[in-house]
Design a protein around this ligand. Structure first.
Ligand code: ADP
Ligand code: MG
Length: 332
């Protein structure tokens, strides 16, 4: 099991200005390539700078392609060797989690998810070709969100949802979501159609629940099954656009928001503990303590986890950025 924790600082948005930039990247050593350190001032004393170290730090001008090439592309070969790959985008609302995962409409703006799928399909064709028709690869996806600790299928039309969500059950050592839709998707085009449709469900259901979609975790699972005469090899790539990590208890006294915040805080807290346990190679990983980590069986299979910590560079996020950095620091 291996974990990488990397930070990505998003560029300034139209209404943000240079002089408000407080988050910067630095290299920890003249001889190493790229940056590994994030610097941010103490909110009570601008002259004091805090430093946080990561496996890598991606600066404002990093393209989607660069991030994918460095952090996600190398995992594809492991996926086809039967290892699971889990990608998380963690951060405050507005810091670029959805941009990183899903991205924009143009080719250059595509996020890590469509790029990963594109790489997966390319590899499928290669496996099939190299085996001269002896092997076949099947790809299927499920996509759900966890909101207030309840699981909702994103392939289910929002009006057909029950408020209680889908039950989860232990099944031969694995935790499964009962009734979750799994759709075969054999080409990138098929995947994109299903993914787009489910994302529409995500925003409509959020409106219906009078919640913002930033308050739920969106979990995409892509199951790859390689079938040959000798054996069947199954692996899963999971990509999670986490709920915004901001603590609404500070700013919002609405009762609904308080319930949301405490369930988000708890699941992110357990996630941090699991990632920490994995990276320190501890025997006990507390994955059963939250619904998300339990369904993902986080750390239970040999595999690779990449946590991308999304950061906004400006002062208006100061306290939340600091708590994000503290969160990520605990995972190492
Ligand atoms: P989140 O999902 O964390 O709430 P978003 O992904 O919606 O954040 O990003 C907030 C805004 O910042 C969006 O307008 C998005 O297009 C923009 N943005 C985020 N990251 C980048 C980036 N790396 N390059 C360009 N724009 C970005
Ligand atoms: Mg988002």
């Amino acid at each position: 099991m291996s974990v990488r924790v990397v930070a990505r600082i998003r560029p300034l948005l139209k209404n943000e200005i240079d002089k408000d930039v407080i988050v910067t990247a630095a290299s920890n050593n003249e001889s190493t390539k790229g940056s590994q350190i994030v610097r941010i001032p103490n909110p009570k004393n601008d002259a004091e700078l805090y430093s946080f170290q990561f496996n890598s730090v991606y600066e404002q001008e990093t393209t989607q392609q660069e991030l994918f090439d460095n952090e996600v592309s190398p995992t594809v070969k492991h996926l086809f060797n039967g290892l699971d790959v889990t990608l998380f985008a963690y951060g405050v609302t507005g810091t670029g989690k959805t941009h990183t995962m899903r991205g924009g409409k143009t080719l250059a703006d595509r996020g890590v998810i469509p790029r990963l799928l594109s790489a997966i399909y390319r590899r499928c064709r290669k496996v099939e070709k190299d085996s001269q028709g002896d092997s076949k690869v099947e790809v299927a996806m499920s996509y759900y969100e966890i909101y207030n600790d309840r699981v909702y299928d994103l392939f289910e039309a929002p009006e057909k949802r029950t408020a209680a969500g889908l039950p989860i059950r232990d099944n031969g050592g694995k935790t499964v979501v009962v009734g979750l839709t799994e759709r075969p998707c054999m080409t990138l085009k098929e995947f994109e159609q299903l993914y787009d449709q489910a994302n529409v469900n995500r925003s409509t259901s959020a409106t219906k629940l009078n919640a913002h979609s930033s308050r739920s975790h969106a979990i995409l699972c892509v199951k790859i099954t390689q079938i040959s005469e000798e054996h069947t090899l199954v692996s899963t790539a999971s990509a999670i656009d986490l709920a915004g990590s901001e603590d609404n208890r500070r700013t919002d006294n609405n009762k609904e928001r308080l319930v949301e915040s405490s369930s988000i805080n708890k699941s992110l807290f357990v996630l941090a503990q699991c990632v920490e346990a994995i990276s320190k190679k501890q025997a006990r990983i507390p994955y059963r303590e939250s619904k998300m980590t339990r369904i993902l069986s986080l750390g239970q299979n040999d595999g690779i986890t990449v946590m991308i910590l999304n950061l906004a560079p400006v002062k208006s996020y100061h306290l939340d950025t600091l708590s994000s950095l503290n969160f990520a620091n605990r995972t190492k």
